[in-house]
Design a protein around this ligand. Sequence first.
Ligand code: KIV
Length: 296
Amino acid sequence: MTQVTVPYCIEAKKEGKKLTMLTAYDYPIAKLLDEAGIDILLVGDSLGMVIQGNPDTLSVTVDQMIYHTRLVARGVKRALVIADMPFMSFQVSAVDAVKNAGRLIKEGKASAVKLEGGREVSAQVRSIVNAGIPVMGHLGLTPQSVNKFGGYKVQAKSEYGVKQIIADARSLEKAGAFSIVLEGIPPEAARRVTESIEIPTIGIGAGVNCDGQVLVTYDMLGFSDFAPKFVKRYFNIKEFVTKAVKAYSEEVIQGKFPTEEYSYNIEIEDREEPDVFEKTQEFKRNVDEEEFDTLF
Ligand code: KIV
């Protein structure tokens, strides 16, 4: 089993091998995805929307990211675990950025962090990398800037926009980032960015020209009705869960579950031996009430 590491990702681009990435926020899903052979598990701040039900990712905290990253890291043997740096955990200063990235590694057990932004956060990227923490960048439709964009809108639609993203990507690469997520940009823009840097690009809603792809696992498995253009549904889990839950409810209501197969059909013994609870009660009866309380 080849462990996925930062050098592995960089080598993959050189060899023309595509990288696969999915989001995970808990132990069972992380274990499933890892065992299925996914290269990178991203503990995305998308958990603010997917898990917490918020309209955006802006309220996610570092502590919440640490909690979910720990759950994911516990379920993984092969994949590279990357933790997202939430809104305002890196924008204010390089000192903040290094401290918070450090917590995601030390307490969350991630192997790398991801943060949104280009030239404006390159100093933070450099400082985090200098602390020995690998950084994945994130450009294009960066969800933490939803208020600046006025919604979740496709970016880099003009020549100027493409040039800006290329300049941002080069700046992140120079600052030491090992990879960059490209989100919500046209495939041609993604191709030009991908060809302008040596580190791998991972696309989401950015077409096929990236060095790898990422999707939100809950979207691609069909947990909800949320279906933007770039999400391919590989499964309709909602349909299966609904069917299973309805069958369970009907059987409970009709007294058909649990049958003998799912019951402990043990003959009740006429035991002389009192159980632990009875023993405790008996003991309690034999000592003074106040004395009993001091014993435990
Ligand atoms: O938070 C997230 O899940 C992400 C991916 C969609 C790239 O940033």
